[in-house]
Design a protein. Sequence first.
Length: 285
Amino acid sequence: MHYQFEVCAEQPGNVPTIAGYEMAVTRGLQALDTADTVVLPGWQGRQQPAPPTVVDALRRAHGRGARLVAICSGAFLLAETGLLDQRRATTHWRMAAEFSARFPDVEVDTDILYIDLGDVATSAGTAAGIDLCLHLVRRDHGAAHAAQVARHMVMPPHREGGQLQYAAAPSPVHAPASLAPVLDWAAERLHEPLSVSDLAARANVSPRTLARRFTEQLGVGPGQWLLHRRITAARAMLEETDLTVETIATRVGLSSAANLRRRFRTLVNTTPAGYRRSFGRSGDE
């Protein structure tokens, strides 16, 4: 069993929701005394101070090593604990100004889907909360397991870019063509020495136009997107196969083991060998 879930509240019982139904909650705040991860959903009462009992329970949980995860406006509750002071956090772009005014000691990043600081994590809106949770699954149990969860949910295991690409903005008269065909084409050819020029040629646009479309639609440049896809493919191979690092590097288009190791450490903060020890098949034996 990878996770065991429980729902708790300050006052157990039938808890109303803004969706029009009530949740039958049987556990009180004592559930936080044993939780490894505490997830704070959207906090509807963000205009008023949180109950001191809730804030104290969250601080105690964090103090004994629990990970605190805030989804969307849940960042307001997390910020009341003081655990975000002098640290980076995010929330829904519509609430960013309000959040900054309420918590001036928190460094608010409005152009990001989620921020994971290890002991605390915050996300933008609802969908970004799913992105954050998939990231935590990937961190806890590896990329292959996270990809399996994502497939079950019929969503990508990792979305590139930030939330500003989803913020309200005037619609262009002529919307740019979707990048999906180019992304699918490139994903099937990661083993080839693809370049930004190759992607641009496939899209029948100039490299500059392609870069602009990537930034508009994904929030990242084509080179960065390609590198992330290659590292993701390498992670899955490290987990699911016994292939050498050199062979994996070739299969994901990174040319050499040295190049894979360098890129892997930059993006994953560990070595391919260290990652395999943590998430490879032998770890389940």
